[in-house]
Design a protein around this ligand. Structure first.
Ligand code: 4NP
Length: 145
């Protein structure tokens, strides 16, 4: 799960998909990263921690890290929160096979619409961001379990 800072959206996506997959006994490796290094080593934003906590999910063990090209060999699927993150990740791909692993997260809930998860860092809206991420995570599980 990839966003810009790895403190607002992608930590939520990591926490939600981990929870949903573990609930079904799936042994998936779920992780998140940012395309920028602005917040490396930091906890998720307190507003993401709070909204996740309200849904029974703990993000407090997460720390921000930067996405790098070695992630392509570690993961089968790389889902970005918006089209800017998508372009940044695609630019780091080593091969066509790498590029095929990348999609926008919301294409799971809204196929081929290329919708973005809005960045809540300045504008807020963490609950609605939570809901849209959660809906797509459920569809990921339906598609790949
Ligand atoms: P995120 O949100 O990409 O969902 O983690 C942001 C966090 C920090 C910044 C921008 C977006 N920033 O500019 O520092």
């Amino acid at each position: 799960m990839v966003c810009l800072g790895n403190i607002c959206r992608s930590p939520l996506a990591e926490g939600i998909l981990k929870e949903q997959s573990e609930d079904l006994g799936l042994e998936w490796t779920v992780d998140s990263a940012g395309t920028s290094g602005f917040h490396i080593g930091e906890l998720p934003d307190r507003r993401s921690i709070e909204v996740a906590k309200n849904h029974g999910i703990d993000l407090s063990e997460q720390r921000s890290r930067k996405f790098d090209s070695s992630d392509f060999s570690k993961f089968d699927l790389i889902l970005t929160m918006d089209s800017s993150n998508y372009r940044d990740v695609i630019a780091l791909a080593n091969s066509e096979n790498d590029k095929e692993k990348v999609d926008l997260l919301l294409n799971y809930a809204y196929p081929r619409e290329n919708r973005n998860v809005p960045d809540p860092y300045y504008e807020g809206g963490f609950e609605s961001v939570y809901e849209m991420i959660s809906e797509s995570c459920q569809k990921i599980i339906d598609a790949h379990r």
